[in-house]
Each structure stands twice: as C-alpha cells, then as structure tokens.
Ligand binder design. Sequence first.
Ligand SMILES: Nc1ncnc2c1ncn2[C@@H]1O[C@H](COP(=O)(O)OP(=O)(O)OP(=O)(O)O)[C@@H](O)[C@H]1O
Ligand SMILES: [Mg+2]
Length: 389
Amino acid sequence: MKNDFLEVLVEISEKMNSMFEIHNLLPAIINIAKEYLDVKRISLMLIEDDVLKMYAHAGFDVEYSDVSLRLGEGIAGKVAKTGVEVMVNHTEGTCKEMGYEASSFMSVPLKKSDKVLGVLNLTDKEGDYFNETDVKVARYIASQCALGVERFNIYRDMRKSENLRVVGMLNSSIAHDIKNLLNIVQSYLELMDMEEGLNPEMREYIDAIHSEVKRIHGLTLDLLDFSRQRVTINIETFRISELFTEIAKHANIMTKDTDIVVEVTALDDLTMKVDRGKIFRVIFNLVSNAIDALGCSGKVRLTAEQDSDFCVFRVRDTGKGVPKEHLAKLFQPFFSSGKHKGTGLGLAIVQMIVEAHNGTIEVDSAEGLYTEFTVRIPYNYESFKELHK
Ligand SMILES: Nc1ncnc2c1ncn2[C@@H]1O[C@H](COP(=O)(O)OP(=O)(O)OP(=O)(O)O)[C@@H](O)[C@H]1O
Ligand SMILES: [Mg+2]
C-alpha cells in the first residue's frame, strides 16, 4: 500500500500526461487507485448507449469484462443514474453487488459538469472499512478518469468532423475532377475498342478496365451523395440472378488465392426496378466485409428471397463476428475495426442507399461464429413510393 497521497497525485498526473487512449489510461489509473486505497477489487464502468459497461477492472478472479448494468440497476447503476455517490460499510454481514459478496463497497460517479460519464466501484477495503478520506480520494480519482474520458471523446469527435470536412471537400472540386478524368479514360477505351483486329484477350482486358472505371465513377457519386447526405436514384430494371452472377464473378476474383467459398443463390429470382448500380454496391460492400472477416478460409452465403413487396437479401459469413460493443457503431461513418485499410465508410453508405430505397438493414452476429446482414428493399422503387405516399 502506498501511504503518500502526494505520490499518488504525481503518479496519476504522469499517466494523464503520457497516455491518451483511454483503454491504456483508465486501467493504469485504477491500478494505482487499487493499491493506494488497499481494496480487493476495483472496476470502472462507462455509460454507452444508456447502459453501464465494464471498461477496466482489477482484482476479480473471474472474467468480468462483459458485465453491464442498466441505468438504475444495482448500486453502480443507481449511482450512474443519479450521479450521487454511495458508500456501504457492512459491519455485520455482506452485501451483494454485481454478483459477488462484499463487506464494504463504494461507488463514485465520473462526472463532467452535471453529466455522468461512468462509475468507479471499489470493493472490500483490506481489513478495514471506508472512511471519509477514502471517499475524497476516490472522488479525486474519479474526476481524473472523467477528465481522461472527456479529453478522449473531444479528440474523437474532432477527428470525425475533420474527416467529414475532408469528404465534404470532394463535393466541391475533387469529385468533379475525378469524374472528368474518368470520362477521358472512358473515351480512350472506346477508341481502343473500335480498333479492328484486336486480339480477344486484349478486348477482355479493355472490358475489365471499362467496368472498373464505371465502378470508380459510381463510387465517386456515392461519396458525393454521402457528403451532401442525399442519394440520387436512377431506376433500372434487372433480374436478381443477373446481378448475383456479377457479384459472384467479383467475389471469385477477390477470394482467388484463399479457401473461402462464396455461395450465391437467388431463391426467388424476380425482376427489380431500383437503382441497380447502388444495390450492387450495397451487396458488394457486404460481401467484401464478409470476405474480410473470414481471413483465409470459411464460407460466405448470399441469398435473395421474396417477402411480399420486398426482396430480402441476406449476407452471412462464418467469420470472426462482431463484438457486442461494436454492433451499435457499425453504421457510423468512419467506424472501422480490425482492418489495416478500412476507411469505415462502407456500411454508412450502404445504410444511406438502403434507406433511400425505403428499405431496412439489420445485423445479427455471434463473436467467433457468424455475422449476418439482412437487407429488405422494395422490388419496385416507384410503385412502393406511390403506394406509401
Ligand atoms: N461481416 C462482418 N464480420 C465482422 N465484422 C464486420 C463485418 N462487416 C463489418 N464489420 C465491422 O464493421 C466495420 C465497419 O465496416 P465498414 O464497411 O463500414 O468499414 P470498413 O470495411 O472498415 O472500411 P471500408 O470503408 O473500406 O468499407 C469493419 O471495420 C468491421 O470491423
Ligand atoms: Mg467495408
């Protein structure tokens, strides 16, 4: 046990100055606090989407990383809800909090102004009970943790708005430049294509470049839509099986040197009247993510089936799955995890396109087992819109 409070202050401020990412900073601070306050267990929980979730802990025998409480639930949940600290010393018997018995328990809110960001829980002071000095120290430590969390959140939001600003710039000039340059490339390709006596292999290459140029063009339009936060829809009529054949062709190229199997089945092959290019991008994005989640081997299954006016697309993979705490963030722009080159725009654009078609997208996943995205899109964009005016 450290008995010099000044030493603790210095140690905590050193950590605050040298660590920025809260997943390093908070465990470091709670370890100092555990030692100074001489408690058996300490945990720090943060509020995320109205749930109090375990962020860092020390001294627990079992794995407590997954513990979460509703606001108002248990002592910690009540502290998170009310912002009022609680100290319980059971001179006789024990109390039960978060599934374990404790003879002394203290729960202090992490506050920024009046807003509660989380809760610091301290359990079982070694051979003693909590006193007023301990409460003051715990308050100080909680305030430092709150400062660290707030500082990190501000930085994250700044980075996000900076990213959005950069994407917004595309709206002005860059996207137009890209479009113009692509038009020139396309014109030259057409000239090459008109050339007589071209060997068939060369013609195949030209076709491939053509289709990729088209795709970059489409992507530029997506980014423009995204930066303006509105989607333009160009209706085309096509069969789902024909769209799937194209997806399968691309998926096979992407998985060429792996043991990944991509299975594509149109269970109900109907005709759709929607923006073909954009629906292609929705499915292609989902299939690409599924392939990324598999690594070198596994299975991706793409199906389409009818549900009254809707076509239901499902993309299921046997990959690493999505951690529970990430599920709510997947569709946020610039959320990317576990990838070297992910920009985190894929699913944000997918959601925009699906909603612009009056559709819905849902995700279901079990970590280490599977992920399944379900997209429901009305077969006929115009008649659906007419009917639901
Ligand atoms: N099928 C999946 N299995 C596991 N995680 C997934 C799956 N699909 C998406 N994710 C997670 O969601 C995150 C966001 O996906 P999103 O497509 O928006 O961005 P990205 O793939 O990282 O980058 P990009 O902008 O290049 O698409 C991914 O980084 C990944 O962590
Ligand atoms: Mg992606």
